[in-house]
Design a binder for this molecule. Structure first.
Ligand code: GLY
Length: 253
């Protein structure tokens, strides 16, 4: 799929107050800003028009914009994030998306984080996690089914979100950690399985024929080389400390 736009949000100075399970220590905010700027530059290099939203006061995870919406070629589904402190992130993302797509909202008791949703052409793989429940997945599935799409759910027993571990690196190719490699929902795809000790590299992003991967995972980089695409490594160390990575820092469409 070719993307033309991305929406990102500049991290706030309060980003260290976000939710995390990481034991890597608090993020260096100044360093995170530089990493964010480098990320935006790479998205622009991928020929995306990038909308940069302002930090959202009181929402220290709000720069992880991907969790607030699922954007398809037809609609933008505005999520109901599964973490209570993040629920107020959605209105400003919805406002930005209204210029591009009709929007529909996930309604309580459904919860959904965009980080749990992987669009593979017209098929949606939806992770059921601590953030996304079966009702949220069903509402998303029904919304996209109106446009001829199909969907499957997958239990997320490792990582924060499904896309913490599994991502598209081709139209029919997935990069996956060993935890998900044998799941029946992934069986129809070519799978590149990364080493368990490089699990964070599962959060690799494919944008317009370029692979953007977190820096410092040489074994995974070697495995991706066979795809014959340019590979860009970005340092995401400060976002990793907040359980974040390359995919959740933007909405691409
Ligand atoms: N810090 C990202 C999240 O927990 O949603």
């Amino acid at each position: 799929m070719t993307f033309t736009h991305a929406i990102v949000r500049r991290p706030g100075r309060d980003m260290a107050a976000g939710i995390t399970t990481s034991t890597l220590g608090p993020p260096d905010t100044a360093k995170a800003m530089k990493q964010f700027d480098a990320y935006v530059t790479v998205l622009k290099d991928c020929n995306l028009a990038v909308t940069v939203l302002k930090p959202l006061d009181g929402y220290p995870d709000a720069h992880f914009v991907e969790d607030a919406a699922v954007v398809t070629p037809d609609i933008a589904v505005i999520t109901n994030p599964g973490a209570e402190p993040r629920k107020g992130e959605t209105p400003s993302v919805a406002a930005a998306l209204k210029a591009f797509r009709p929007t529909v909202d996930i309604q309580p008791p459904g919860t959904l984080d965009g980080g749990d949703v992987l669009m593979m052409g017209t098929h949606f793989l939806i992770g059921l996690s601590d953030r996304t429940n079966a009702e949220g997945a069903k509402q998303l599935g029904q919304a996209v089914a109106q446009f001829g799409c199909t969907w499957t759910t997958i239990d997320v027993a490792a990582g924060l979100h499904f896309k913490s571990s599994v991502n598209a690196v081709g139209e029919e190719t997935l990069l996956t950690t060993p935890d998900f490699a044998g799941h029946p929902a992934l069986a129809g795809y070519r799978r590149i399985v990364i080493a368990a000790d490089e699990a964070y590299a599962g959060n690799t992003l494919l944008v317009n024929g370029r692979l953007i991967m977190p820096a410092g995972f040489p074994d995974t980089r070697g495995k991706l080389t066979v795809l014959g695409m340019p590979i860009v490594e970005l340092d995401t160390s400060e976002f990793r400390k907040m359980d974040g990575g390359l995919t959740c820092l933007s909405l691409r469409f």
